[in-house]
Design a protein around this ligand. Structure first.
Ligand SMILES: [Zn+2]
Length: 300
């Protein structure tokens, strides 16, 4: 299910924007950047052969924090992100059932998540939402499981991470009805919508997170959205191991490449890369009530 269900780059006008041709993992970054990868699937098998080295490469380019997404390969793996959060003080975890797996969700899974939500390193609920790119699971099943998790996240007072693909007309009204009144906010992950969609999210306290598709030649419309939204309401992410930036497409993605997303955002905003990195990292910490010192530099 995770081969599909990734966010699609928009079919938009071809506008090429330079996105940093450096080789970020080899370059010596001085002074080190302050980067946060707000969305990575560290548990996936694509990292089995070199997971430690992959995390070391992320630290080398300046990744101070990763939010490890805990959807696993389905609801039988709700603890998927916890081992990383428990091993590394700079990695945090989410829990949730992805819309692609909604048909597998059972009451026992909801009970388990309610339990896991109390774990001190679980800081978010997601990724949850709606994905209408394929015809399954049925939309009503996705909506039921989405709504149930929104209720549970509200009860746990955890920000939610939204996966929405080709489903904005259903997803935003559900959030406006059920989530906006909580004031808890969250993340519109791997954003691919329009400026209007983004602004409806911002009005509810969501941050808009941009991924590697921001670097794609065909993502002109998405870059225009990234150019217009308030800088203090944006995040960057990799969605590793998926969605590699341009130049690495077709290959595995990893958290170190969040630097390339930072370059892309910096380019559309006319900022230096360290400014884009610092701003998005501050936004992440503000959403989750973290201080910069909660992203320690000297651990590995
Ligand atoms: Zn994801």
């Amino acid at each position: 299910m995770h081969v599909r269900g990734r966010c699609a780059s928009r079919d938009a006008a071809e506008i090429t924007v330079p996105t940093g041709d450096q080789s970020p993992t080899d370059a010596v970054i001085n002074p080190p950047l302050d980067l946060v990868d707000s969305h990575a699937h560290l548990d996936f098998a694509q990292f089995d052969a070199d997971r430690d080295e992959m995390l070391t490469r992320a630290r080398k380019v300046g990744v101070k924090t990763i939010l490890a997404i805990g959807i696993g390969e389905g609801p039988h793996q709700l603890r998927a992100a916890l081992p990383f959060a428990e091993k590394y003080d700079w990695i945090y975890a989410s829990i949730g059932i992805h819309p692609d797996a909604a048909h597998q969700a059972s009451p026992a899974h909801f009970d388990e998540m309610r339990e896991l939500a109390r774990h001190p390193k679980v800081i978010a609920w997601g990724e949850i939402g709606l994905d209408y790119h394929y015809d399954e699971p049925p939309r009503e099943v996705q909506q039921r499981v989405f709504r149930r998790q929104v209720e549970l996240a509200r009860e746990a007072e955890l920000p939610i991470i939204i996966h929405c693909r080709d489903a904005w007309d259903d997803c935003l009204p559900i959030l406006e009805e059920m989530w906006k009144p909580t004031g808890i906010g969250g993340i519109l992950h791997c954003f691919t919508g329009t400026e209007q969609h983004a602004r409806r999210g911002l009005d509810m306290g969501f941050l808009v997170s941009f991924a590697g598709n921001l670097t794609y030649p065909k993502s002109g419309a998405l870059r225009q959205v990234a150019a217009k939204l308030p800088l203090d309401q944006m995040l960057i992410e990799t969605d590793s191991p998926f969605l590699s930036p341009q130049g690495r497409r077709g290959k595995r993605n990893e958290p170190a490449f969040v630097l390339e997303v930072a370059h892309a955002l910096a380019s559309v905003r006319n900022l230096a890369v360290d400014e884009a990195a610092t701003a998005t990292s501050a936004n992440f910490r503000r959403l989750f009530g973290m201080s910069a010192s909660m992203s320690p530099e000297d651990s590995s």
